[in-house]
Design a protein around this ligand. Structure first.
Ligand code: C2O
Ligand code: CU
Length: 521
């Protein structure tokens, strides 16, 4: 019976969710945490008081934190974790208008509930496309989250929409419309919706609204050339904004989110799109199912052959700008192979573990010599051969400052992985499958002779992108933001077992030092 209001939640200490009792970690007694919604260029100050019995830290997913790298919230990289009872004041600028979110970057706390939305609005008409954002009313946030139950008996979680939903696998007759999140619209008006997918597990999600199309206008805080689709596939960490035209005559319609990966059959949820004048007591027609037809006209950044979705090509919306730098020769290309070893993950044969004795940004000087971090050279010096034995350490790859860099991320496994970059948005210029296993394993050499296709025309700018099962994704960016930036799989267990690498952009002298007043009290 939790009321909607924050103040009341403080008093009641409650979370609505799906009605199953479980213990969670919450932000201000809410799940999802309170939505932080400000205007572009505002200064945001968040005091994080850690009342957990373990350390924490908060990451602002999608922000580049240019000039404030110590606010990125990655423990042992950009800050020391906030110990129980301590407070840290995060302070940064709402740099680019768009849809972002925040979450704990410590251990599995995101799966336990520490996350919420972060919205930077801009004045109407000042956006890149003017009329495309010409909506008739305020926007609404749709926060899709992976809800973990804390029972060994019930290890599978649920998918929630704005913290609400029905428990799957329970008796249909128990379904009541109050279980579901409701979004209210008025006939003939246009609305901007912002979909955020928290997803801590391996389940990707397909999002759609019955009887409505979605005019997608933005992803990961970057504007797109508007494109009308029937559904959007999202992978953990991604955001898509769309305009919905309330062009139906009254009624209630299902907003659907459905798991789309192997083992995600129970991962689905509905919410109600309610037209003004129609009662909210009745459920929309049609059932929310574990699998509904994949729609024909689909925007997807997800392609998971493992899940049996064979015929869907990767189909990104286009970005706004023609790519200014097209030639491959401009770029320094880095190849990163993701693999499995001894039940853990490696990137370029190194299993990432944090050095939990130091905050790198706080250490005045960090060299690639194996002292705080490691790389292939420092490991060879130590006589390790990481192809044959498991090497676990904080792998740091040095990237030159102010250069064009290209990463070819190669997935050597079955199953897809959403890769997220801290400190940058990147252009997605290529995504696909290899012709053969030989090509995949030797891509460093073969890419020279017979390059993988790269598409430089209006590539979308993103901060999180899928790398498909045994496939590749090619991203490009200009390294204009010095600092220590984590690049990792956004499936929470995967980063916990090593699917991460740290980029150091610039030399010690290029990287700002942490100001005396930024810290934990
Ligand atoms: Cu949203 Cu490093 O993560
Ligand atoms: Cu992964």
């Amino acid at each position: 019976n939790c009321p909607n209001d924050i103040q009341d939640c403080f008093n009641h200490r409650c979370v609505v969710a799906d009605g199953l009792r479980t213990s969670i970690m919450s932000v201000n007694y809410m799940y999802p945490g309170p939505s932080i919604e400000v205007c572009h260029n505002d200064t945001i100050i968040v005091d994080v008081l850690n009342r957990l019995p373990e350390p924490t830290s908060i990451h602002w997913h999608g922000l580049t934190q240019k000039e404030t790298p110590w606010m990125d919230g990655v423990p042992f990289i950009t800050q020391y974790p906030i110990q129980p009872g301590k407070t840290m004041r995060y302070r940064f600028i709402a740099e680019n208008p768009g849809t972002y979110w925040y979450h704990s970057h410590y251990g599995m706390q995101r799966a336990w509930g520490v996350s919420g939305s972060l919205i930077f609005r801009q004045p109407k008409k000042l956006d890149s496309f003017g009329h495309f954002y010409d909506i008739d009313t305020t926007d609404q946030v749709i926060f899709l989250s992976d809800w973990a139950y804390n029972h060994t008996r019930n290890p599978i979680g649920n998918l929630l929409i704005n913290g609400k939903g029905h428990v799957q696998r329970t008796n249909k007759s128990e379904v009541h419309s109050n279980f579901y999140a409701k979004f209210h619209v008025k006939e003939k008006l246009r609305y901007r919706f912002r979909v955020i997918f928290e997803g801590y597990s391996q389940c990707n999600v397909e999002f759609s609204i019955d009887n409505h199309t979605l005019l997608v206008i933005s992803t990961d805080g970057n504007d797109l050339q508007p494109i009308e689709v029937e559904s959007i596939l999202l992978t953990s960490g991604e955001r898509y904004d769309f305009v919905l035209e309330a062009n139906q005559m009254m009624g209630n319609f299902w907003i659907r989110a459905q798991g789309q990966a192997a083992g995600c059959n129970d991962f689905y949820q509905g919410a109600v799109l309610n037209y003004r004048g129609s009662g909210t007591g009745t459920l929309p027609s049609g059932v929310i199912t574990s699998r509904f037809e994949l729609k024909g006209n689909q925007l997807n950044s997800v392609f998971d052959r493992f899940a049996g979705a064979d015929d869907i090509p990767i189909h990104h919306a286009k970005g706004l700008d023609p790519f200014p730098y097209k030639s491959k020769s401009l770029f320094q290309t880095f190849y990163i192979h993701i693999k499995r070893m001894n039940g853990l993950f490696t990137m370029n044969d190194i299993n990432f573990v944090f050095n939990n004795s130091i905050s790198l940004l706080d250490a005045y000087e960090v060299y690639d010599d194996g002292q705080y971090t490691c790389n292939d050279r420092s490991l060879i010096k130590q006589g390790r051969s990481c192809k044959n034995e498991l090497c676990s350490c904080p792998q740091m790859i040095h990237l030159p400052y102010n250069e064009y860099v290209e990463l070819v991320i190669v997935n050597d496994m079955r199953g897809s992985h959403p890769m997220h970059m801290h400190g940058y948005s990147f252009h997605v210029v290529g995504q696909g499958e290899f012709q053969s296993e030989e090509e995949r394993l030797n891509i460093e050499f073969l890419d020279e002779i017979n390059p993988l296709p790269r598409n430089g025309d209006y590539p979308p700018l993103k901060d999180t992108v899928i790398v498909q099962s045994r496939g590749y994704t090619i991203i490009r960016f200009f390294t204009g933001n010095p600092g220590y930036w984590l690049f990792h799989c956004h499936i929470e267990v995967h980063v916990e077992i090593g699917m991460a690498v740290l980029f150091k952009v610039g030399d010690n002298s290029d990287i700002c030092t942490v100001p005396w007043d930024a810290g934990i009290n």
